[in-house]
Design a protein around this ligand. Sequence first.
Ligand SMILES: [Ca+2]
Length: 110
Amino acid sequence: MLNTKEYFNQFDVTFAVEELDNEAAATIQGGYDLIVYDGYNGTGEVLGEFNFGKAVLGAGNNRISSVKINAGRWKFSDWYYYSGQFEEFTNTGTINLDSLDNRTSSIQRF
Ligand SMILES: [Ca+2]
């Protein structure tokens, strides 16, 4: 008989190990150039990690409140395919979004 609790515990362990693997891989490669967060100042849920832009944000749509830029220049737009109102950043560091707070729907590297 299937023990549901054991099954899900096993799933959690597998998921955690896969996450560690991704993290380790990113560290070896120097990490992602852009990380986006639900909260301000790089806090809260990590909504995505990018080396390239994304024309249509999925789960992170309209949720990003701050970003950590390790490299590159990035544009955050309030509509898909980099259109509509936007904010652009050319510096590295952790930055809170202003007018795009909880409104970003696409991310472009430029
Ligand atoms: Ca948010």
